[in-house]
Design a protein around this ligand. Sequence first.
Ligand SMILES: [Zn+2]
Length: 189
Amino acid sequence: MIASSSEYLPLEKCPALVLNADYRPLSYYPLSLWSWQDAVRDVFLDRVNIVSTYDREIRSPSFSMKLPSVISLKHFVKPSEFPNFTRFNVFLRDKFTCLYCGDKKNLTFDHVVPKSLGGLTTWENVATACSPCNVRKGGKMPKACGMIPSVQPYKPTEEQLHRNGRHFPPNFLHESWLDYLYWDVKLEP
Ligand SMILES: [Zn+2]
């Protein structure tokens, strides 16, 4: 859903998208969002520039300001090359698809080398799997049960996740964020 500007948005629906000093989002997964309080605080501490605003204002007797919808850091922060190992990011790496049968429903996680046989909970050993496949595979090794993941699980870079992320945008996107997210979509054939 893309939300447009409104003077009447509840304050908690007014997070600010945080960009690095190079105007790329500070992080994609999760998307770098700050609460309006944090954004306003850092505006006053002179740590960020306001790039775009909501129509929503905050007021006190002596002061009023439109809430920032996009801010950029004044000092560049080196982005991490690798995204966090999270449930969402594993699903995103695997495009929300079971790596055994290709189903997109009832998704869960499978340890390719079962935990009971020493398999670790790591990027390289955790695959997105539908519940039926997960149950069918149980505690067996891939070759023993003929269930080989269609893609060998791997540790993705931010760039690889970002490529998939364009197909699975967050639930809430403010219109002013679109210039800084997914700008490369149009360049794809
Ligand atoms: Zn499956």
